[in-house]
Design a protein. Structure first.
Length: 244
């Protein structure tokens, strides 16, 4: 039976039945897989405590099997669920355990990145902005090393928010410049335009009025150009002749 094709509630029931069958049959590897599916299915239903319980059971079993890769993934999942449950400290403990487990295997870069970002978000929730910036910087470095522009943008954007809340506009200037470069490399002109505006504001905040005016004018000019291009595209799509 393909439980994935069922509605969420029925899927949970079938997975629970399957778990009992596997426990009787003493099939640990298949039991691990099914317990993980059950945990995720419960999480999808919003039953976070039950999901955590099943994933903890899975973790114990994977440890007995010596599956380091699965342990890292499970710790990461538990980190996410504890965060969703409003327990940032417990969440960070799981993310840290996930990163440690990754040291023993070939880590998945996306999982490493998400763990670092998760710890950062937890530190923000706990009011430790400095610690969060450190974690986001680690995530940023990892993303840059692995040439993952979207992930690098996510990490930098998180740092910008915190630096601005701390009034550290001098620190956001190079961050805005990097985001502009990344958005343009990705072909996202609108994103780059928004960051250009942020850069102009940052220069104004640190008293560099000439640079603030320079980048404000650049932002205004590019905004107008983007508007013209958008109008031209709309005219073409409507069958009109675009202006020369």
């Amino acid at each position: 039976m393909d439980v994935k094709s069922q509605d969420p509630a029925s899927r949970v029931i079938e997975l629970q039945k399957r778990v009992k069958e596997l426990e009787i049959g003493l099939e640990p590897e298949e039991l691990c897989k099914t317990l993980m599916e059950l945990g995720l299915a419960l999480a999808d239903q919003g039953k976070l405590e039950e999901a955590i319980q099943e994933l903890e059971r899975t973790l114990i079993l994977t440890k007995s099997l010596g599956n380091e890769g699965a342990q890292a993934s499970l710790f990461g999942m538990l980190g996410v669920l504890h965060a969703r449950s409003g327990r940032p400290r417990e969440s960070s403990e799981k993310f840290i355990a996930a990163l440690k487990a990754m040291e023993e295997t070939s880590p998945k870069v996306d999982e490493q990145f998400q763990c670092l970002m998760g710890i950062g978000r937890n530190l923000v929730a706990l009011g430790d902005f400095r610690g969060a910036i450190t974690q986001y910087t680690e995530a940023e470095t990892l993303a840059r090393q692995q040439v993952l522009p979207q992930e690098e943008l996510d990490a930098i954007a998180s740092k910008i928010v915190l630096h601005e809340q701390l009034g550290e506009y001098k620190d956001v200037v190079p961050l805005y410049k990097r985001t502009i470069t990344l958005f343009r490399l990705m072909g996202d002109q609108d994103g780059g335009l928004a960051m250009l505006r942020g850069l102009a504001i940052a220069y104004g905040k640190i008293g560099k009025s000439d640079l603030a005016k320079k980048y404000t004018k650049l932002w205004e000019r590019e905004k107008i150009e983007r508007g013209k291009k958008g109008s031209n595209r709309n005219a073409v799509s409507e069958g009109a002749t675009p202006p020369l």
